[in-house]
Write a protein that binds this ligand. Structure first.
Ligand code: EPU
Length: 425
């Protein structure tokens, strides 16, 4: 059975290079369909979600070639408008093709992303925003179909009820070639949104104030292809930062913008780590003792939900009681049951987790219930007594390139059982 096998006890030390952000690269790939011709992304992470998106684009008629850390797109004059149901369900992010396909072809049919391990993942805001740009939307049992009467969307002043990352991205990509001006109010401000806007601007879009709550898009007649470097993955960087603090290690994390991690780095300092922010890098050194602090997840610049599980592991080893409140994904505290099986003392009440620490962790066989939970359990294994086996590692492969190999390079004893079987040292 494929799994991570972790033997704890080592301090992480050395340098790790952060790859491009999963949650940016996927949207940039979707944006490439907005223009005919050849475009290129660099600093693309080697994670399982990328070939899945490439397959969906191929199905639409795009020629996609992948090199080391690169994706090349050759987009024909006419592209398909239907994402393949099986593939699209494998990749929830494929919903962000709705906006660019509507803009490019005036019609799109994409698979409905159903529920997932993080709980409810509605797309109502995506759909209502696109409808306000003039799309007519039909919702089927397993798909969403959208059509633009007259073929071209019409700019509008749209306020999102919640600063949804995906809805902001879909709307941004739909609005770039709409007639007139679109204002997106209460827009998501994540660095991945700013990255997407930078790519769209390089393609000829007119976007101002991306990264703020009110993004303004002046529609243009058409876009041209462009090359773009994917922003560094702040969540991957944050995961290694927690690993360093947790193990009392000393790790230099290169390829991330520290301002994208301001709150998590502040929390690490409060917990007791030494954190040095440099230009494009962060150094994290674990302290002798760790002390509890509360964490509340919120859209950027708030504390990222994608680092909540990793911090929960760290807080299980800190002295005192911490309250972790999850405000973005209702299902994201469910993985706590796995951590409790390793010896953590955590009580879950609705979307709050009360962590009492420090409690010694012991190795166990635990399940990666989703991507970030899986990474968090691998981290827990680094400080557990006895071997930890994390099953369902495919969740982790979706968003971390060779997590085991990169932790090994920092001195940890983490292996994939598939590596063990193949004799990888
Ligand atoms: N929501 C709605 N209706 C909508 C859209 C969102 O109710 O139309 C709700 C969601 O159900 C959720 C909340 O709003 O409870 C936040 O959703 P958001 O749209 O902001 O998130 P997303 O676009 O679905 C992206 C990342 C997530 C990350 C969140 C928040 C991608 C592919 N996914 O999801 O990443 O947690 O933003 O930052 O970009 C991960 O990488 O592990 C991951 C889950």
């Amino acid at each position: 059975m494929d799994a991570f096998e972790v033997h704890g006890g080592a301090r992480l030390s050395g340098t790790v290079h952060i790859t491009g952000a999963k949650n940016s690269a996927l949207k940039l790939a979707a944006a490439s369909v907005l223009s005919e011709g050849r475009s290129k992304l660099t600093n693309v992470p080697e994670i399982a979600d990328i070939p899945a998106m490439a397959d969906i684009l191929r199905h639409l008629g795009v020629t996609v070639t992948a090199g080391p850390g690169q994706l090349h797109f050759d987009v024909p004059a006419r592209i398909g408008g239907e994402t393949p149901p099986g593939l699209a369900r494998r990749l929830r992010a494929s919903i962000v093709l709705l906006g660019p396909l509507l803009a490019r072809r005036g019609h799109a049919r994409v698979a409905q992303p159903g529920g997932c391990n993080l709980g409810n993942r509605n797309i109502d805001m995506h759909l209502s925003a696109l409808a306000q740009l003039g799309a007519e939307i039909t919702i089927g049992a397993d798909h969403v179909e959208a059509r633009v009467p007259g073929g071209r969307l019409q700019g509008a002043d749209i306020e999102l009820p919640f600063a949804s990352v995906g809805a902001t991205e879909n709307l941004l990509m739909a609005a770039v070639t709409a007639r007139g001006t679109t204002t997106i109010r209460n827009a998501a401000r994540e660095p991945e949104i700013t990255d997407l806007a930078a790519y769209l601007v390089a393609m000829g879009a007119r976007i101002s104030a991306a990264g703020t709550t009110d993004i303004v898009v002046e529609g243009v007649e058409g876009l041209h292809p462009a090359d773009h470097r994917v922003v560094g993955d702040r969540i991957e960087a944050g995961t290694f930062a927690v690993g360093a603090a947790l193990t009392g290690g000393d790790v230099r994390i290169e390829g991330v913008e520290p301002s994208h991690l301001r709150l998590p780095l502040d929390k690490l300092r409060t917990i007791g780590a030494e954190v040095i922010a440099e230009d494009g890098a962060v150094v994290v050194r674990g302290g002798a003792t760790a002390k509890a602090t509360d964490v509340v997840t919120l859209p950027f610049p708030g504390f990222p939900t994608d680092l909540q599980p990793q911090f929960l592991v760290l807080l299980s080893q800190a002295a005192g009681t911490a309250m972790v409140t999850e405000n973005v994904f209702d299902g994201r505290v469910q993985f706590v049951a796995e951590l409790v099986r390793m010896g953590a003392e955590i009580a879950v009440e609705a979307h709050h987790a009360v962590v009492r620490g420090p409690r010694p962790l012991h190795g166990a066989t635990v399940r990666a219930t989703d991507l970030r939970a899986g990474a968090a359990l691998v981290l827990a294994g680094l400080v557990a007594d006895g071997p930890t086996v994390v099953t369902d590692p495919h969740h982790v492969d979706r968003g971390y390139a060779d997590l085991a190999g990169r932790l090994r390079a920092l001195g940890a004893d983490v292996r994939r059982r598939s590596d063990v079987a193949a004799g990888v040292a």
